[in-house]
Design a protein around this ligand. Structure first.
Ligand SMILES: [Zn+2]
Length: 432
């Protein structure tokens, strides 16, 4: 079996509708020219970045990898820790990175969510610290498996200006890491994730001008440098290039804080400073959807009635309430929550315990701003996958695939096994 080279770039929030614009950019356009294109890919629920990127890396539904939200459920913390580690997954879940490495490939992962503790040769896991200082970030990367000798290859140039997650320096750091890996090591398999398109959609809207005239141009510049680094390293001709993404976004008109109802009705008790003291029932935001937790499982039946009453009497936009069994059966998500709630079009949810029940969408919190995700993956614009290079059928078209099929397709391209994934190899994309 011939060893291949693979570069996968996840352009967070890239949607099928973006492809026509991407064709007008020099580097993206040249990749798209003759590429195989998989359009309108159905993602997994809830359509949150960490949930989906884990599926993109493993080919399994969230009921097996258990990354059911971006954040872990720690209701006492206003900013709960995000999921970082592969130790959450069922033991039989295999990442493409691990399968490739076991088969003798060298591997690199840059800012790919939930790759902490995955065995990767050159690794910059996606993570950050509350302080956001370069020193704390360096230690945090090492904690999740980055090797100091790799960090030191690009840190002086790209790491010393870090200033928290949403700073452009964070994107530049990832880019610097990718360039260093290509120039110094020519990894066989690279997975990279960049969030600029997603952040811009949150702030300005799904089809807003800055998405295309700012974020995509920035992505184009970064990608052109990455491609040039591959060319100079002598690996470009041998590399299969994949541009893909995790979810679309849909507009937010009302930002709802349903926990304020639970405070009003006595199911959540607050301390004098407004912080959480105790709860019987509490909502955890997944942006366009919610997960509902109870302190005591025996409260589930009573909670069902309460949720139905809120849906009927309050402006909460509860479109569909599923209990845990229905969520697992219909949406393939399993967690400690007892209900999941899909929001109606235009509704998004915060975790806020105080303040107004219904606010207007604004840009004060990126996650709940004028557009967001976390919705049923059958709704709204959908992600795409663009593949070009060795092993790919030029010009192939596939409309309406499932995102669980991405990892099995990439594994098949590399000739490695993911064990027992839920997805299958996409038809017509790979040269047999
Ligand atoms: Zn995302």
């Amino acid at each position: 079996m011939k060893k291949r080279k693979l570069y996968v770039l996840s352009i967070d929030s890239m949607i099928t509708e973006d492809i026509e614009f991407m064709k007008t950019l020099p580097t993206m356009g040249s990749i798209l020219n003759g590429a195989a294109v998989v359009s309108n890919i159905t993602s997994v629920y809830p359509t949150l970045t960490y949930t989906i990127h884990t599926t993109m890396m493993t080919g399994v539904y969230p009921d097996r990898h258990h990354i059911i939200n971006n954040e872990t459920f720690v209701p006492e913390m206003e900013h709960a820790p995000w999921y970082r580690s592969c130790h959450e997954f069922d033991p039989d879940v295999v990442t493409v990175l691990e399968a490739a490495k076991r088969a003798g490939y060298t591997t690199c992962a840059i800012h790919w969510p939930v790759t902490g503790d995955v065995d990767v040769d050159w690794h910059l896991p996606e993570t950050w610290t509350a302080e956001g200082t370069p020193e704390s970030m360096y230690q945090e990367f090492v904690r999740l498996g980055a090797k100091p000798e790799f960090l030191d290859e690009f840190w002086g140039e790209y790491g010393t200006h870090l200033n928290g997650l949403y700073d452009p320096a964070f994107t530049l750091l990832a880019h610097g890491a990718t360039l260093a890996a290509i120039r110094n090591h020519q990894p066989d398999v690279i997975f990279e994730h960049l969030s600029l398109v997603d952040h811009t959609r949150h702030s300005y809207g799904v089809y807003a001008r800055p998405v295309y005239k700012f974020a995509y141009f920035e992505m184009e510049l970064l990608l052109s440098q990455t491609i040039e680094a591959m060319r100079q390293a002598g690996v470009l001709e041998d590399t299969t290039i994949v541009l893909t993404s995790d979810h679309g976004q849909t507009p937010v008109e009302k930002l709802v804080a349903p926990n304020t109802l639970l405070v009003r009705d006595g199911f959540i008790r607050l301390g004098e400073d407004g912080s959480l003291k105790d709860y019987d029932v509490i909502f955890k935001s997944a942006a366009h959807s919610l997960q509902v937790y109870v302190r005591n499982p025996s409260q589930a039946a009573r909670t069902a009635k309460l949720l139905a009453r809120y849906a009927a009497e309050e402006d909460v936009g509860f479109e569909r309430i599923r209990n845990a069994e229905e969520t697992e059966r219909e949406m393939r998500v399993k967690g400690d929550f007892v209900f999941s709630i899909e929001g109606a079009d235009g509704y998004a949810y915060s975790n806020a315990l105080t303040g107004e029940l219904v606010g207007k969408a604004d840009n004060s919190n990126y996650k709940y701003s004028v557009a967001t995700h976390g919705h049923d993956p059958r709704k709204g614009p959908k992600p795409a996958m663009i593949l070009k290079g060795p092993g790919i059928v030029p010009g192939a078209r596939l409309d309406g695939a499932d995102i669980i099929d991405e990892a099995p397709t990439l594994a098949a391209l590399l000739g490695v096994s993911l064990g027992r994934p839920d997805g299958h190899v996409m038809p017509g994309i790979l040269i047999p």
